[in-house]
Design a protein around this ligand. Sequence first.
Ligand code: NDP
Length: 246
Amino acid sequence: PRPLTGKVALVTGGSRGIGEATALRLAADGAAVALTYQSRQDKAGQVVKEIERGGGQAWAVRADSGAAEAVRASVTGTVERFGRLDILVNNAGIGVLGPFEEISLEDVDRVLRTNVRGPFLAAQAAAAHLAEGGRIISIGSCMAERVAFPGGTLYATSKAALTGLTRTLAKELGPRGITANLITPGPIDTDMNPADGESATMQAGLTALGVYGRAWDVAATVAHLAGEGGRYITGASIAVDGGFAA
Ligand code: NDP
């Protein structure tokens, strides 16, 4: 049997980029996968179709990570749909970069709601359903691990919060046999950070490998943590960054 047969995963922001690759990978490993999206219903639908074409089970639900009730409803909806929840992947996130003095209050609120409050509430709602062997995997960023260029105050602040969330969750949920881990990607070729974007050459040059990673590279580490290989890993931060933070 495949490694995640019988498991149910919820991936936030599963319609594009790293979330899409993660949804596809967890499904390929045998999990039934629920995925949230904010606006790209078309893309979410394509991911569901692709999983179903491969013989898997998938469900897409619109849920703005910045909206508390929607986040909670995506968790309960997953449990209603598939009967249980084993793996939460807090992936949905947004990046607002720019000089510190120019970051607006509106941006501060929007980024913290999406990148911090959303994962916090999703983890809280998921914890009510996770059993022994449960997994909470969050996607942070290399920009909260090493500051290589200016302009990242708000984004790094939001992603650094996930380190605190992950480590404390590991301690609190450990006695129930539930793990919590953080993955910190480097520059990954997605709509958010295309490998042919304006600053791509600079970003690639800051890694040890000198190139962008693929969404699939991050998904592979999510799959490892979600599976049996992740059994004794908790409270950890794992860089999938080509050596950006090295
Ligand atoms: P993309 O912008 O390519 O995709 C974002 C995904 O998240 C989409 O599925 C989008 O849904 C969803 N999303 C965005 N905002 C919300 C919201 N408010 N509520 C629900 N879903 C939302 O991003 P990436 O795949 O590049 O990034 C994924 C994660 O990885 C983020 O947390 C990001 O910060 C992090 N990361 C990315 C890096 C990179 O270089 N790409 C590097 C380090 C970390 P929809 O399709 O509906 O818009």
